[in-house]
Design a protein around this ligand. Structure first.
Ligand SMILES: *[C@@H]1O[C@H](CO)[C@@H](O)[C@H](O)[C@H]1NC(C)=O
Ligand SMILES: *[C@@H]1O[C@H](CO)[C@@H](O)[C@H](O)[C@H]1NC(C)=O
Ligand SMILES: *[C@@H]1O[C@H](CO)[C@@H](O)[C@H](O)[C@H]1NC(C)=O
Length: 251
């Protein structure tokens, strides 16, 4: 390694240390309850609403390194959400940086809110499932959200509410996701015996064509850009209305 390469590497390392330190300080400020600057101080509610004609059992999991989501006495985040819009629930996310995933399990054996997990579900907790990824409390209060359709079981859309509109940033919080039942259109070879539509090249192309506001692989981007700051609520809707998602679908 030449000396200039070496010094570049060292600078990069120093920069990473600085960034790690800044992240640590931000975390410390958040956990000690110090008022942080501006929008980054808002807490966000995660609301789940089930418009499907069947019940879903949402599974909400925090990513590694962030606080877990609040649970009830059984250590459960949510039980069954009834269909047809009756199932509606709100979770107050921890303040500070948080990120995690929401999936909709279906066909579970547990029937009411008091039944303890683990539930036995037709979908299991493994793919193929549609995944909503949400992060809040990023730099300056940045929030980000995406729907992964690496596999598909239930149509999901994410809509932030009560977000900040600041000069030069924020205010772009479109409804993103997929309002189409991709399982119904699944190529024969990609159908999962447990229901839903599995990953695979033919399925991925279908997913992206029908739902341009989703991620179908790690490098994919949504058709509709987002720049969302400090939403007071992020709403995850199962089986959203067909016209609710930002990018239009032409049949
Ligand atoms: C940040 O949140 C804390 C706790 O809710 C509150 O006491 C404080 O006043 C807030 N600070 C700002 C700048 O909004
Ligand atoms: C990811 O998805 C996009 C959109 O469908 C596609 O253009 C791209 O080739 C995919 N990349 C990989 C590595 O599969
Ligand atoms: C968040 O949810 C809690 C509990 O349901 C509620 O008291 C609070 O008003 C909600 N906050 C916002 C900003 O909607």
């Amino acid at each position: 390694m030449s000396s200039s390469n070496k010094s570049t590497a060292l600078e990069a390392q120093a920069l990473m240390t600085t960034l790690a330190l800044a992240a640590m300080l931000a975390t410390v400020a958040a956990t000690t309850g110090q008022p942080s600057l501006g929008a980054s101080n808002t807490t966000t509610n995660l609301t789940l609403h089930n418009l499907c004609p069947y019940p879903v059992w949402p599974l909400v999991t925090a990513n590694a390194g962030v606080p877990s989501v609040p649970t009830d006495a059984d250590g459960d985040t949510f039980g069954r959400l009834d269909g047809h819009g009756e199932g509606l629930t709100t979770l107050v996310l921890p303040s500070g940086p948080w990120s995690g995933r929401v999936v909709a399990r279906t066909g579970c054996t547990a029937d009411d809110y008091d039944d303890a997990p683990p539930y036995l579900c037709a979908t299991g907790d493994a793919p193929p499932v549609t995944v909503a990824q949400v992060s809040v409390g990023g730099p300056g209060g940045a929030a980000a959200y995406t729907i992964l359709v690496d596999g598909f079981n239930v149509a999901i859309a994410v809509t932030p509410h009560g977000f900040a509109v600041e000069e030069g940033r924020g205010g772009r919080c479109p409804t993103l996701g997929c309002a189409v039942d991709l399982a119904a259109e699944c190529p024969a070879g990609a159908r999962s015996p447990r229901g839903g539509c599995g990953a695979g090249a033919s399925a991925a192309a279908l997913f992206k064509a029908r739902c341009p506001d989703t991620h179908t692989n790690a490098t994919d981007v949504e058709a509709t850009p987002q720049d969302c700051v400090a939403p007071s609520e992020i709403k995850v809707v199962f089986c959203p209305a067909p016209d609710s998602v930002a990018a239009g679908h032409h049949y």
